[in-house]
Ligand binder design. Structure first.
Ligand SMILES: [Zn+2]
Length: 251
C-alpha cells in the first residue's frame, strides 16, 4: 500500500482562512464540538480529580529541531507530557518518538495527514488512525491508547465509532492558548498558566518556536502552583500507556 502524502498540516486551510494580526482576546477558531460532555468515556476535555495534576499535550510533531529542545526542558524538570504525533512525521523522525517513550512521555495518535476527520467516512478515519498507530508501533513497539483529532474536529458519532472499534478515546482539551497563531511566548505562557487547575488538559504545538520559548515559564509556573505535569493516561488514572495492551485489528 502506498502511503498517503501529508497535506494540510497545521497551517493548512483552516489556519489560512483566519490568518491575520494576533490579538489577545479572540473567540476560539478551533471550536470544540458542541455536544461534548465531560465525564463521557469516549470524549475527554478534562479530568475530574482533586489531585493537583495537569496534562501537557503537544500536537503535530515530532519536529526535528524543536521537539528535542522541549524534551530537554521536560527532562531537566522531571516532567512528563503527551505527544499527539502525526504518523508521517513519526515515519520521518523515529528516533524522537523512541526518545519520548524512553523518557516517560505518552505518545498518542493525531492522524496520518492531519485532515478534518469530521469530513471523512468511517473507513477513511479508521485508516488515518491505523496507519499512524502502525507507524508508532513500528518505532516503539507500543500502540497508542488515546487519540486527538486535528482541529478537535470529530463528530459525536465518530468519537463513539473510534472508541468502540479501536478503543481510542478522543482527548480534547480544557486550555487552548492558540499558540499556532504565534501571539508571542509570553502570551502563550499566560494563557496556559491561567488554565492550570486539577485535571486540566493543556493544548500546545511543538512545531512553533514561540511555543517552545514559552515552555520554561509554563513548566516553572506549573511547579510554582504546586502542580505536577503527568501524561494523559496518568491523569485518567490508567496504567502507563505503554503497559496497556490493545490489538490493532485489520479494518
Ligand atoms: Zn494538529
Amino acid at each position: 500500500m502506498s502511503l498517503p502524502t501529508r497535506r494540510g498540516l497545521i497551517m493548512g486551510a483552516v489556519a489560512a482562512a483566519v490568518a491575520g494580526p494576533a490579538i489577545a482576546k479572540v473567540p476560539p477558531v478551533i471550536k470544540l464540538p458542541g455536544d461534548v460532555q465531560t465525564g463521557e468515556a469516549a470524549t475527554v476535555m478534562a479530568v475530574r480529580t482533586v489531585s493537583a495534576a495537569v496534562a501537557l499535550t503537544f500536537d503535530d510533531g515530532p519536529h526535528p529541531r524543536l521537539t528535542p529542545v522541549l524534551l530537554d526542558m521536560l527532562k531537566a524538570r522531571g516532567m512528563r507530557a503527551t505527544f499527539y504525533v502525526i504518523g508521517d512525521r513519526v515515519r520521518r523522525h523515529p528516533g524522537l518518538v523512541q526518545r519520548m517513550l524512553a523518557e516517560g512521555h505518552e505518545v498518542g495518535n493525531h492522524s496520518w495527514t492531519h485532515p478534518v476527520l469530521a469530513n471523512l467516512g468511517d473507513q477513511s478515519v479508521i485508516r488515518e488512525m491505523d496507519d499512524t498507530t502502525r507507524a508508532i508501533y513500528s518505532v516503539t513497539g507500543k500502540v497508542p491508547v488515546t487519540m486527538r483529532p486535528p482541529y478537535g474536529a470529530l463528530t459525536f458519532r465518530q468519537r463513539h465509532m473510534l472508541y468502540h472499534r479501536r478503543k481510542l478515546p478522543t482527548i480534547l482539551w480544557s486550555v487552548d492558548p492558540q499558540d499556532w497563531r504565534r501571539p508571542g511566548a509570553q502570551i502563550v505562557a499566560q494563557r496556559m498558566l491561567a488554565g492550570v487547575k486539577p485535571g486540566a488538559i493543556l493544548l500546545a504545538h511543538d512545531i512553533h518556536s514561540p511555543t517552545i520559548q514559552a515552555m520554561p515559564a509554563v513548566l516553572e509556573g506549573i511547579v510554582a502552583r504546586g502542580y505536577r505535569a503527568v501524561t494523559v493516561s496518568e491523569l485518567l488514572g490508567w496504567p502507563k500507556w505503554q503497559t496497556r495492551n490493545f490489538v490493532l485489528k485489520a479494518s
